[in-house]
Each structure stands twice: as structure tokens, then as C-alpha cells.
Design a binder for this molecule. Sequence first.
Ligand code: GRF
Length: 208
Amino acid sequence: MASLFTKRKKKILFLASGRGSNLKAVLQTLRNGKIPGQGIALVTDNPEAKALEIAAEFQVPTRVLDFRSFLEKSEYHRKLLELLLEFSPELIVTAGYMKILKPEVIRAFPNRIINIHPSLLPAFPGLAAQKQAWNAGVKIAGCTAHFVDEGVDSGPIILQAAVKIKEGMSERDLTLEILKEEHKILPLAIRYFCEDRLFIENGKVNIR
Ligand code: GRF
């Protein structure tokens, strides 16, 4: 019998545009019951996203807003906000979502959007972060789970994991090593959020 003290599950909506390996890592953790949360939807801008198959595999409802089919891109962003408000999630997770969220979306869900980024922010924000790190010749790379604010990859940092660049490693090896770490810290950041353990003070996240 469920305990009276069992935490109510938080409603999580995912935004993803591609492969969906982070989505899968999170859905697996949710299925194992390790997070007091439930996936209520995957929304994608890409009808070919592999993430759609992953969501279906885990019985998570999906919605496609095909970005390319919108002549007016502002209409895409308007529809997206409408859809998000309709689902009314307590947490939005961007897991390889390749569009920049408009300020209206961020303001509608303040400190309720978590992103996974493949660098040790604030280094290497933006696209192809692993390549940026590789080209810069850093000796330690990694990934960051953070809240989304109105800047690019600039919101309060929740968790980070480091990856040492070893002798003989290729850029591809590095990308794969970083991805493995992403699959650990994203579910953990979501777990902390769902357990109400994240507090933001002066732009910094405290985990209690
Ligand atoms: C990941 O490297 C993530 O950090 C970045 O986009 C990639 C998405 O991969 N934002 P996947 O779709 O989760 O496999």
C-alpha cells in the first residue's frame, strides 16, 4: 500500500528534437520509480525525431509541431506556448531541443525548465559545445544540467559532471563520454527538482 507520505508525482513535459538518448535515460529512471515524477508529454519540432519512438515505447503521449511547416516562425512559437499551457506541466525538460525558447515561454515557467548542455558552463555555450571544447584543447570537459533563463545556456547551474581528456582520445570519444555523464546528471537534476530540493538564491542553486 502506498504510504500516506508518498510524494505526489510532478508532471514533466519533454521538449526534444532528435535522437532522444537523454529522454530515454530520464524515462528509464522514471519507470524505475526513482523520481517522484511522471512524463506527461513529449513535444517536438521535428516529425522525424527518434525521440518520438522512445516516448511511444514508454507510453508517453507525443505532439509534433513541425517547425518547417510554419511559414511564420512566430506562429510556431505561439502554438508551442499554447500547447505547453494546455499540458500545464510542473517541469519542462529540454533534452536536445534545438530551438531557442522565446522569453514568453520562459516567463510562463520561471525556474521550471531544465536543460542539459554538453559542456562545463559557463564555458562553451551554444551549438556544438563538445567541438568547441575539443578545439580549445581543454583538458577537462563535461556537461551541465541547468535551469533555463532568457539567455543562451546561462541559467542557474544545478549539476555538472567532468570528463578528463585522456591521451589518444578522439573528439568522438569525448562526445560519447560526455553523453554518458549527461545520462546520469539529467535524471538526478530532475529527481532533485521533483523532490523539492532545489533552491535558487542569488542566481545559484542550492541542493538541500
Ligand atoms: C545532447 O548532447 C545534449 O546535451 C544536447 O543535445 C544532445 C541531445 O542528445 N543539448 P539526445 O537527443 O538526448 O540523444
